[in-house]
Every structure is written in structure tokens, then in C-alpha cells.
Design a protein around this ligand. Structure first.
Ligand code: MN
Length: 131
């Protein structure tokens, strides 16, 4: 599987992970880095927007519940900023928050995955959005 990704040139993709929970950051970063992705992390939506503009990542993983600026607001703003509005966004939703999925898509996310995030679900969603 890994050689497939290398062949398609996706393994060097940079993924911005916007997530405030340190355990989730560690878990998801590990899943992605062992599969060859370059991961950068922002602890809230405001810093995610700033980092996206500076680093131009290939994909954004956006947690919804974050301090300072939540994921929905950050997605909404990213979709209005010309140099980053094209970047695919996967929202990370908590199943305890009914309606989050629809709100993510309305805000401009391309898709969403529910927490706790499994490695297979994550990699499948990431690969699909990078195609
Ligand atoms: Mn959170």
C-alpha cells in the first residue's frame, strides 16, 4: 500500500491538522507520519487559517470543537480566502454532537469523519481527498 502512495506522489503531501486535544494530535499525527505524510499542527481555528496561508498544505483535517475559533467558523473563513479556498478539508466530528456533519458540509468541508478516528477510515478519506 505504501509503495502505491509513493508512486502516486501522495506520500510527501503536507497535511494541516487543526486539533486542540493533545492525545488526538499524537494519534492522528502518528497514523499519518508512519504512512509518509508530512503533518503540521494548529491548536485552534485561528492559527489553522494563518498556518494554511503560510504553508499552503495539500489537505486540512479540521476538528470542530476548538478554543479561540471553532472549526466551523475556520472552514467558513477558509472558503472565502482566495489563496487557500481550494484546499480540501476533512472535518473531524464528535458523535456526541448531532447535526455537526451537516453543519460541516454547509460551512464548506468536503467530507467528515467521526471521532474516535480509526487509521483505516482516516487514510481512506485522506487518499480520496488528495486524488
Ligand atoms: Mn476539540
Amino acid at each position: 500500500m505504501k509503495s502505491d502512495r509513493v508512486k502516486r506522489g501522495q506520500a510527501s503531501a503536507t497535511i494541516l491538522l487543526a486539533e486542540d486535544n493533545e492525545d488526538t494530535v499524537i494519534t492522528i499525527s502518528e497514523y499519518l507520519t508512519i504512512n509518509g505524510y508530512h503533518v503540521i499542527v494548529a491548536p485552534n481555528g485561528k492559527e489553522a487559517i494563518e498556518m494554511a496561508q503560510k504553508e499552503q498544505p495539500d489537505l486540512i483535517l479540521m476538528d470542530i470543537q476548538m478554543p479561540v475559533m471553532d472549526g466551523l467558523e475556520a472552514i467558513h473563513r477558509i472558503r472565502a480566502i482566495p489563496d487557500i479556498q481550494h484546499i480540501p478539508i476533512i472535518a473531524l466530528t464528535a458523535m456526541a454532537m448531532p447535526g455537526d456533519e451537516e453543519r460541516c458540509l454547509e460551512a464548506g468541508a468536503d467530507t467528515y469523519i467521526s471521532k474516535p478516528v480509526g487509521i483505516h477510515t482516516l487514510l481512506t478519506a485522506v487518499e480520496k481527498q488528495l486524488q
